[in-house]
Design a protein around this ligand. Structure first.
Ligand code: B12
Length: 359
């Protein structure tokens, strides 16, 4: 259960974030004057940005009553910062100062809750790795194809990467397998390489754009399934720029005969409500990748539930934070969640059958 207190703390951490981040940074620079000499003004600006980021994730984890979300963030931050020259010791000092500052500035009952979250993250920190092994597993289905695909993309060979995939499909590999065992792991591996500071933002963008282009080339093989009469609207939540996950979800539904309506990234609430109504959708699929979009998902779900016209719509959620915190889908008020595209269609179909049974 999400407690009202936790939700209120989340809101306060958000509204006070700039002041808290400034207080943490000033105190860290007072305690460690060598930082100013070593990193200069640019270093202070980075430190302030990081403190803002830590506080943002902290606010969302507390608001969702999820220690797992903050611990996962700390694990991610340790690797990301280490790859950019910020040691685990500096991160730990920063979090300890953050704990002091929130203890002083929040009402005691609230400060104690936030300190518990920071404490739990700090306790895990020493045992967490600062480097990560590649995500690709040799034994994974189509592991070889996925590795080749990623290598071509990282070398900027978009046409060869496209050829590789089209040939694989021609030789009998299922489109669904390409999605789940080639595109998904290679995208996740690119993310990890970015986190480890081993590929540039430009490479990350290139690989994503090329993958989307290659997905589009597979569409003649996707849009030919006979329809089953069920309708789904699928979208990323407002503010969310990650869209490949929900695009894959949509295409799986399309391949199973659903009539799909895919809105892409960063969709405004009104546009989503309108699409649900215009399409007479049975199911809404909402994706969030960044933890700081969870509350927007919750608000969207509340808006759908508040609309008389959309009472029958069933809501499926998914994406990174829902995979980290298995209870999160319930906390945002969804009807169901699926970890990846292979489970999503079965989950939505069972929601529909439940509904049919209830009528
Ligand atoms: C490409 C990418 C981007 C692109 C997105 C472009 C686009 N058009 O989509 C851009 C450059 C915009 C971007 C930006 C950012 N990104 Co980014 N990005 C990625 C990357 C590398 C791949 C995303 C992807 O395509 N994954 C492949 C899909 C198939 O997997 P998936 O999304 O998990 O989807 C599956 C399931 O989750 C589930 N699912 C997803 N949605 C739904 C919905 C429903 C209803 C259901 C049932 C299931 C479901 O099913 C899907 C299919 O099986 C990820 C790495 C990763 N691990 O995913 C990082 C990653 C998500 N990004 C990250 C970060 C930090 C950012 C930025 C803050 C900074 C940056 N790197 O530029 C910004 C924030 C942007 C914002 N405000 O939204 C981090 C997040 C870390 C964290 N702890 O939160 C990651 C994990 C990279 C990393 N390892 O550090 N990013």
């Amino acid at each position: 259960m999400v407690s009202k207190l936790n939700e209120a703390i989340g809101r306060i951490l958000d509204s006070e974030r700039a002041l808290l981040a400034e207080a943490v940074t000033s105190r860290q620079y007072e305690a460690q004057p060598e930082l100013a000499a070593k990193y200069g003004e640019a270093g202070r600006v980075k430190c302030l940005q990081d403190a803002n980021y830590h506080l943002s994730y902290l606010a969302d984890a507390v608001a969702a009553s999820s220690h797992a979300l903050f611990s996962d963030y700390i694990a991610w931050a340790k690797v990301m910062l280490d790859a950019r020259g910020v040691s685990a010791a500096d991160l730990s000092r920063n979090l300890k100062i953050m704990s002091e500052v929130v203890g002083e500035r929040l009402p005691p009952e609230m400060g104690r809750v936030v300190q518990e979250y920071i404490e739990a993250g700090l306790n895990r920190l020493p045992a967490l790795p600062s480097d990560l092994p590649p995500l690709f597993e040799d034994a994974a289905p189509h592991g070889d194809l996925a590795k080749k695909f990623l290598r071509l993309l990282l070398n900027g060979e978009r046409h060869l990467a496209s050829r590789l995939i089209l040939d694989a499909v021609d030789s009998g590999v299922e489109v669904k397998d390409i999605y789940l065992h080639v595109f998904q792991p290679s995208q996740r591996e690119i993310g990890q390489l970015w986190q480890l500071n081993r590929v540039s933002v430009a490479q990350e963008h290139f690989c994503t754009a090329a993958t989307q282009l290659i997905m589009a080339q597979l569409y003649p093989r996707i849009f030919r399934t006979e329809k089953n009469g069920r309708r789904i609207v699928a979208t990323s939540i407002g503010g969310e720029l990650h869209e490949i996950g929900v695009r894959i979800i949509t295409d799986f539904f399309e391949m199973e005969g659903w009539d799909t309506y895919y809105l892409g990234a960063n969709s405004p609430t009104n546009a989503i409500l309108q699409a649900l109504s215009d399409r007479r959708a049975d199911v809404l699929a909402v994706s969030a990748t960044m933890t700081f979009h969870i509350r927007a998902v919750e608000n969207l779900i509340a808006a759908v539930r508040a609309s008389e016209d959309l009472k029958a719509v069933r809501i499926l959620v998914g994406g990174y934070p829902f995979n980290v915190e298995p209870e999160l889908w319930k906390r945002v008020g969804a009807d169901a969640y699926a970890a990846d595209a292979s489970d999503a269609v079965a989950m939505a179909s069972s929601l529909m059958n439940l509904r049919a049974g209830a009528q």
